[in-house]
Design a protein around this ligand. Structure first.
Ligand code: ATP
Length: 241
């Protein structure tokens, strides 16, 4: 069963036509990565799926419902989590307070459960958001999204600005979330790291899907990975240990 099916999405910012007929699916229990260079339309695709920047045409089905045209709060209430780019943690609240901001959905993820998954956050629970490292802020952003007990979680560039070792930890967390039954759509510029954990990959170019296929096959196509990843490919070596 697919938890996400989008077809023919056309999205505009004013008169600028950004998405040109994007279609994609995420199966239950899958990690799907959405790759592409800066400005290819990855963030816009996620915003369109969440209803933050609605599509002008096309259709979206998520978790068995036709969510086309739904506002973001309804999409979230259905069980779709979104961790936007840039880690919007509350800088003046402690980790604990960030996690205790009122929740909207009950389910297996509680603050205690989230601390088990992220022991580092428990250690830092009295530190304020602004005192956290980039990696800790990313973990906190993901932890907050988990407290909404999503069935489908969309992550926009979680590795951005993080050191390779921390990127690995964040990605291990993504794999752990999949084991908890959460399906994942992962936008990444860190191509090598993303294809290592993803089942399938889509590559966007200028608002079109330029490639779709098994992530493992994509990972073996050195030329394609290098062309897409550019400098970021050098930051990450598969099995560098
Ligand atoms: N609010 C906006 N108003 C007008 N144009 C925008 C807006 N946001 C993004 N764009 C344009 O839409 C295109 C797609 O941007 P988008 O952020 O979706 O790309 P991306 O693949 O996520 O890239 P990045 O990795 O830089 O975030 C770009 O050309 C960008 O300049």
């Amino acid at each position: 069963m697919n938890v996400l099916e989008a077809e023919g999405l056309h999205t505009f910012y004013g008169k600028s036509h950004i998405l040109h007929g994007i279609g994609l699916t995420v199966g239950e229990g899958e990690i799907v990565t959405l790759l592409g260079r800066n400005g290819a339309g990855k963030t816009t695709t996620m915003r369109t799926l969440m209803g933050l920047t609605p599509a002008r045409s096309g259709s979206i089905r998520m978790l068995g419902r036709d969510t086309t045209g739904w506002p973001p709060y309804r999409v979230a209430a259905l069980g779709v989590g979104f961790v936007p780019e840039g880690r919007r943690v509350f800088a003046n609240l402690t980790v604990e307070e960030n996690l205790r901001v009122p929740l909207e959905r009950s389910g297996p993820f509680t603050v205690d459960r989230v601390y088990q998954l992220f022991p580092r956050l428990q250690e830092r629970r009295t530190s304020r958001g602004r005192q956290l490292s980039g990696g800790e802020q990313e973990m906190l952003s993901i932890a907050r999204a988990l407290l909404l007990n999503p069935k489908l979680l969309m992550l926009d560039e979680p590795s951005q600005g993080l050191a390779p070792l921390i990127v690995r930890q964040v990605f291990e967390t993504v794999v752990a979330m999949r084991k908890e039954g959460i399906s994942i759509l992962l936008v990444e510029q860190n191509v090598r790291a993303a294809v290592e954990i993803a089942d399938r990959a889509y590559v966007l170019e200028d608002g079109h899907v330029a490639y779709e296929g098994r992530a493992a096959e994509f990972a073996q196509d050195e030329e394609r990975v290098r062309a897409l990843a550019g400098a970021s490919a050098e930051k990450w070596e598969i099995d560098s240990a």
